[in-house]
Design a protein around this ligand. Sequence first.
Ligand code: GAP
Length: 502
Amino acid sequence: MAESTMQKIVSLAKRRGFIFQSSEIYGGLKACYDYGPLGVELKRNVKNAWWEDVVTRRSDVVGLDCSIIMHPDVWRASGHLAGFADPLVDCKNCKERFRADKAPRAVPGSPIVYREGGRKDGKKLDGVVPPQGYVCPVCGSGDLSDERQFNLMFRTSLGPVDPMQEILNAVDELAGLEGAARKERLANIIGSSAVYLRPETAQGMFVNFLNVLNSARVKPPFGVAQCGKSYRNEITTSNLTFRTCEFEQMELEFFVEPGTDDEWYEYWSKARFDWYTSLGMKADKLRLRPHEQCELAHYAKACVDVEYFYPFENPDGEGEWGELEGIANRTDYDLQKHTEYSGKDLSYFETETKKRYTPYVIEPAAGADRATLAFLCDAFDEEVVDAEKNDVRTVLRFHPRLAPVKVAVFPLVKKDGMPDRARDIMNELLGEGIQTFYDESGAIGRRYRRMDEVGTPWCVTVDNGTLEDGTVTVRERDSMAQSRIPREGIGEYFRNRLKQSR
Ligand code: GAP
């Protein structure tokens, strides 16, 4: 069977060092991935582009880098401890554990056929879709447990306390308690030392609101941005790095005066959509999808997702819209909650107008891993160069800002001093901070194709012309056109090409 686009991308990602399964030599770990030498550059370029465009190039946004472990009261105030949960269901047939809200929908009472134990060779069983209106996503059975809420936060403990030992010490006491009382006592024992890995970077920015206000001399409208790891014990993980338990977010909390929030919400929705197209993402594979009223998080007045049409496989074929980023109007919910729980007044006093208010927050929340995956999928292309010769080249058409390697330098042959001259060019470009790769092995055409496959926008070849008149060949990735430029000033030439690509 022909490979799907996604299978081709996954295999390229591994073969060329973009994304590897974590702990692969031990059989891998579900939904955990490592970025290889090219992947780490690509993701870093995505994060740098975000930081540059959202923070560095704006006078109204400042940055933060907060601790992953925060005071547990932060999560009480934000509502994550009580409500950051997914509905979890067990399949009694194949033992799969899955999210009820992501399970395939079916009409209650309609007939279904599935295999015993979910095994291919299992006995065929007849059943009906249960009243919940969904079946097991793996084996299709309707023999399911009740839904229960599963909190997505990873819990750990801080300090020299071992909750296991505390529980052991209290075994006799616990044995003497009944049902709810036992559960409550156990929760107290665990809770006394419990801390959580942050499930979003946003809260670090809310709890530092006063610190930023007092130290950075900012006033609304202004934003605080952060890029860093977040952790969620996701029940359903899939499609490479799309949904994982450890991921990086790029979040902006933009504080505005109430009454101006709708305007800023529109502004950021457009600005964030445009950011992806400015980095070369195809506009027809992007959309803004406003949330229905029933989808809105409890804190949100409005929310719109920037979605990308990922080439994921699904029962209807290839391709499915998936969230890339959410832009939410969080109102003053978070600052009010942290005011209530911390006892610190997180309102803003405007000296000119003598007005005091708690700012509303517009939050564009993006995922660095999802964006990297979307840029990778979007860049992937198989171009028929010569149909008669069945010549097809694989190209990653990355925007130059995102390309992990900007320039590859080759000597045409390994003699006549060409390797030394080519290395000299590589060193000059590296000295300019331009990601450059040197390769002298194999036919020149093959070397170009190898660089196409990892998305390098330009190749430079030192050839006989270089020895004759001091020029080099520049070969363009997208058009495959070649031209000659002087060797002298090559650093400035590529600096300008990168600048022009912005
Ligand atoms: N502070 C708001 C917030 O965290 P979210 O929609 O839950 O909102 C924002 O997350 C972005 O973080 C998503 O649009 C997505 O890009 C990324 N993200 C969320 N969960 C993820 C996961 N399990 N794996 C990879 N990326 C994730």
